[in-house]
Design a protein around this ligand. Structure first.
Ligand SMILES: [Zn+2]
Length: 318
């Protein structure tokens, strides 16, 4: 029996608002998280289960282009469909939100700007694939061609399933779009990257100190740090959260990369839930004390003000 009520943040996956989910998806992300949340509620702990629909990025744009509808209409449609499906299935979300709310935009931009001010973001140029049909970025997995290493004719832009080698799309021989078969154009453009190598030493000592992890998991994680590189957090798209940085804010064709904005959804949805409950400070409590089932972060001091979440990753300078 619990002597003190623990704060438990349950963070199920955010489904793309780009098509219906099937029972397999539900068995993967819906049922386990719901069982976990119900168990902790019964145990007397304070549970917050938040998620929502992931509505930015190429999958939603491709679905909208396929159906000949505006992006927003597709996002609205699938958000409503999931919301209704999950309600009827009895999943006990405390807040099921979406990444196109004003609240999510504000929290994401605040997060992004703070990282930038803490020198956690660097500018680099990169070679980007564009669809000649739409003018939009083509994600690596939407490009296929012949593998330059083994000659397999259906290698993907991110890897070859035949020889297992990781690839960059511009390495493919005869690259083509999997959406309409056209040849992608490769252009160099400027982007903002999360400077992950800057945090490698901190992460290394944090991971090394976890004697409670299985040794193969710990070694695998440490191995990832040896190859860590800055990772792009912006893209050449006109659908997504605007980049709150001088030189980027007014660019109609650049947005925050969906992988970066979607994961901040756990924080923005917690903020939304706390605001709706009439006690905005509650979001800090849940988010900081039990981030991702206690596995990712645990600040030592109590967090008293909402603005402190800014320092979550860039906390080296705060
Ligand atoms: Zn190959």
């Amino acid at each position: 029996m619990a002597t003190t009520r623990k704060k438990i943040l349950v963070a199920p996956a955010w489904p793309y608002a780009a098509g219906h989910r099937h029972l397999g998806h539900l068995a993967g992300f819906g049922v386990p998280s719901d069982v976990f949340a119900r168990y902790h509620r019964l145990k007397g702990n304070d549970v917050l289960m938040v998620s929502g629909t992931d509505e930015h990025g190429t999958p939603v744009m491709v679905a909208a282009d396929r159906e000949g509808k505006p992006y927003r209409e597709i996002a609205d449609h699938y958000n409503a469909a999931f919301r209704e499906d999950f309600r009827r299935l009895g999943l006990s979300y405390d807040c099921f939100s979406r990444t196109t709310t004003r609240n999510h935009e504000r929290v994401t931009q605040d997060f992004f700007k703070t990282l930038y001010e803490h020198d956690a973001i660097v500018e680099q140029t990169m070679l980007v694939s564009f669809s000649p049909t739409t003018g939009h970025t083509l994600p690596d997995r939407y490009i296929e061609g012949t593998c330059p290493i083994c000659g397999y004719p259906e290698a993907r832009g991110d890897q070859c399933d035949n020889c297992g080698n990781q690839l960059d799309p511009f390495e493919l021989i005869n690259p083509r779009s999997k959406i309409d078969g056209t040849t992608p154009e490769f252009r160099e453009t400027k982007h903002l990257f999360l400077d992950l190598p800057k945090y490698a030493d901190t992460l290394r000592s944090w991971i090394s100190g976890h004697d409670d992890w299985r040794s193969n998991v710990r070694n695998f994680s440490l191995g990832l740090l040896d190859a860590i590189r800055p990772r792009p957090i912006t893209r050449d798209l006109d659908w997504g959260v605007r980049i709150p940085i001088p030189g980027y804010a007014d660019d109609e064709n650049k947005r925050i990369y969906v992988w970066f904005d979607a994961v901040i959804g756990y924080l923005s949805a917690s903020v939304e839930w706390a605001a709706l409950s009439g006690n905005p400070d509650l979001a800090d409590c849940h988010y900081y004390q039990k981030l991702f089932y206690e596995k990712l972060a645990r600040p030592k001091e109590a967090i008293r003000h909402m603005s402190r979440y800014r320092a979550l990753i860039g906390k080296g300078s705060n």
